[in-house]
Design a protein around this ligand. Sequence first.
Ligand code: ZN
Ligand code: ZN
Length: 149
Amino acid sequence: MAEVCAFCGTELKRFGKDTLVCASITQTVCKDCWTRYRDATQIERCRDILKHSWAKEPEQIRTFLEEREQEKAREQAKAEKLGRLMKCCGQPMTPLGMSEFQLGRTSWIFGDWPNLLAGAMELALFRCECCGQIKFMDPKFMKRKLEEP
Ligand SMILES: [Zn+2]
Ligand SMILES: [Zn+2]
């Protein structure tokens, strides 16, 4: 049986074939599809390859795709939750990432009280695009909030 391209089903010539990895499975493909999918994401590759039945291990690709999509949905739900949690001027604040806040014993905020707190504290930063307000949150607390059902 002649070998065919996993994407388009074209019969492969001896020197006209290449390989692409799809969900960690190496697929044999024609030159055209190789050029077309070389820069595509894994999700795009998997989605397109499953449109036909020429791929190797289609079940494994399907599982991979489902997992990725679930992961994406979870990320999206998390982002929405974050948007509800961190609101200002009636809109979600922009997450700016993490920052380290230096806690020292001569800090003007704490006076010379908390020796105990000396060191660095990780903070999650958010900015309101409407009024410019910056909010700091304890990432541990945020994580807990976001993982709550
Ligand atoms: Zn092809
Ligand atoms: Zn605001």
